[in-house]
Design a protein around this ligand. Structure first.
Ligand code: KG4
Ligand code: ZN
Length: 340
């Protein structure tokens, strides 16, 4: 039995978890900073770093306590070292290095996006590999071919905004607040997804890259632009807001589903996995499941609790790296950029 303590502080959640053998979560503690950032309409990096400093110690203690673990039960400590907000990453990395030094444990440096790509496999008896992984979050929208937890190849990524970023910005445009994803999803439940024909940017034929800045601008023009008869947000009825939210959400989901099916076609891999904060969106989950079912592809979405940022996914991938001997030294640094 191999027990990993995972630590995640790449953005605005301070998280720690204890995971056994890369798949069995013994504890998961997530301290969200949403209330601190809400009034600014997005994550303020300096506030995020300070909140991580304040919370990290107690979050780790709580995760160890919930799992009924002492330091002697831990085989290694896995921490997100990239990508993310550097000031936030540094708090987790420094905390993990300090614990490794004090407890005499090995350190594992985990890539946050690869952890999202692996997150659907957590708790599964038979891992879903090989698979096409769609990772959709506030910072990333990427397709990967995954042949195993440590064998991940990039197929395409967003060339501008991430899908979650588009949800957050459109939520601000519609006056729905922060965080945008869940609020758009809620507003969209009462709306007509066919009410507004927002653009679905597919880029070049065969491309597995994404672009979401155009649709965000299209929503902005639709709400405030010269062609609008109602003349801006304050004139929109709740029905119009719901229709715009539903039409925007459907346009994003259409692109994500289409590109994922294209990736399956191009790779010949017949399994799809879904992870990242936007994977919590029930319309995306349902429509991707349906597209896979129609073509007889396997489909596995990360559990709801492992879609948005958490430390279970960090400990889960950290386990595979630990077993493979992929350890980090105590001079490990944090990196803002995505891949190695
Ligand atoms: O994975 P995550 O917690 O952080 C990053 O790694 O970025 O993802 C956060 C993103 C935010 O943009 C948030 O609006 C989006 O995930 N999100 C959603 C939903 N829940 C969270 N987007 C659409 N629908 C949701 N239900
Ligand atoms: Zn994330």
């Amino acid at each position: 039995m191999t027990t990993i303590l995972g630590i995640e502080t790449s953005c605005d959640e301070t998280a720690a978890a204890v995971v056994v053998d890369g798949t069995e979560a013994r504890s998961s503690v997530v301290a969200s900073q949403i209330d601190l950032h809400r009034k600014y309409g997005g994550v303020v990096p300096e506030i995020a770093s300070r909140a991580h400093i304040e919370k990290l110690d107690s979050v780790v203690q709580e995760a160890m306590g919930q799992a009924g673990c002492g330091r002697h039960d831990i085989d290694a400590i896995a921490v997100t070292s990239r990508p993310g907000l550097v000031g936030s990453l540094l708090i987790g990395v420094t905390g993990a290095k300090t614990l490794c030094w004090a407890w005499g444990k090995p350190l594992v440096a985990v890539n946050h996006v690869c952890a999202h790509a692996n997150s659907a496999a957590i708790g599964m008896e038979q891992p879903p590999w090989p698979a096409v992984a769609l990772v959709v979050s506030g910072g990333h929208t990427s397709l990967y071919r995954v042949d195993g937890p440590l064998e991940i190849e990039s197929l395409g990524a967003t060339t501008d905004d991430a899908a979650g970023e588009a949800f957050d910005k459109v939520s601000t445009i519609l006056g729905l607040g922060y965080p945008g994803g869940p609020r758009i999803e809620k507003a969209a439940r009462d709306g007509n997804p066919k009410a507004v024909d927002f653009p679905r940017s597919m880029l070049k034929p065969g491309s597995l890259d994404f672009s979401f800045s155009g649709i965000k601008t299209a929503v902005l023009y639709h709400v405030h632009g010269p062609g609008r008869t109602s003349g801006g947000l304050d004139k929109l009825s709740p029905t119009e807001v719901a229709d715009i939210a539903a039409s925007f959400q459907q346009a994003v989901v259409d692109v994500l589903v289409k590109k994922t099916m294209l990736a399956v076609k191009q790779t010949g891999v017949a399994n799809v996995v879904l992870g990242g904060g936007v994977a919590a969106n029930s319309v995306l989950r349902a429509q991707l499941l349906e597209a896979c079912r129609r073509r007889k592809f396997g489909f596995h979405a990360a559990e709801w609790a492992y879609c948005t940022d958490n430390a279970v996914m960090i400990a889960a991938l950290g386990y595979h790296q630990f077993v493979a001997g992929d350890l980090a030294a105590l001079d490990l640094d944090a990196r803002a950029a995505a891949m190695k």
